[in-house]
Design a binder for this molecule. Structure first.
Ligand code: SAH
Length: 207
């Protein structure tokens, strides 16, 4: 698949993505299957794309950065907040045992579900709702990845993490956020910054 390979060689490796399992996932997931047809020819470009309903599929590098940051293990159970196109979901499904993903817009959830079904993924469970609350029925998770920007850290998500678990989340205002990696320890949490990013907002349940 030359487009995937080019994306890996020109966008991911030069920017420092090293985890071989993450790079392998990018070689296997067909990104063009997760974007609306009219933008499919731009699917492998070095930028985010409009997926409708004011939402975006993240730039491939950002998906890779977040996937690497959670240090994915084949035995992990992961929660993704913000299913969107389902592309990040599919990358995670390649890397871990099971993915729970939650989206607030029903039509996006169904579209992502159809795309993942079509590609043959069987280790993903879709949830409709407000990701601020996580998905408590299936907690705790080994890793949680939030793909929309939160103003402040939703503590419920920390509660739903295992000790030793990792949460990656963009935190900040509307135009600019800090991508933050939080590791839960027996004594509390450890916070690390992964750099500046720009995500669509994590919409509060009240709005
Ligand atoms: N990982 C996705 C990113 C999609 S953009 C991709 O690469 O395609 C972020 C998504 O988060 C949007 O689909 C948006 O509808 C969803 N979202 C925003 N606020 C949310 C909330 N409170 N709960 C669940 N999903 C939310």
């Amino acid at each position: 698949m030359p487009e995937c390979k080019r994306m890996i060689n020109e966008q991911l490796i030069p920017r420092g993505i090293k985890n071989p399992r993450v790079l392998d996932a990018f070689a296997h997931v067909k990104r063009h299957r997760f974007v609306p047809e009219h933008v499919a020819r731009y699917a492998y470009g070095d930028f985010p794309l409009d997926i409708g309903l004011d939402q975006t599929i993240s730039q491939p590098y950002i998906v890779a950065l977040m996937s690497e940051a959670i240090d994915p293990k084949p035995t992990d159970r992961v929660l993704e907040v913000g299913t969107g196109s389902g592309y990040q979901t599919a990358i995670l499904a390649h890397l871990v045992q099971h993915v729970h993903t939650i989206e607030r817009i029903e039509s996006l959830m169904h579209r992502a579900q159809r795309a993942l079904d079509h590609e043959g993924y069987t280790n993903v469970t879709f949830h409709l709702g407000d990701g601020h609350q996580g998905v408590s029925e299936h907690a705790p998770y080994d890793k949680i990845l939030v793909t929309a920007a939160a103003k402040r850290l939703p503590t419920t998500l920390i509660d739903q993490l295992n000790i030793g678990g990792i949460l990656v989340i963009p935190l900040g205002g509307i135009f600019f956020q800090d991508l933050v990696k939080i590791t839960k320890t027996s004594k509390g949490t450890k916070k690390e910054s992964l750099g500046g990013v720009r995500f669509v907002p994590l919409v509060a349940s009240t709005s």
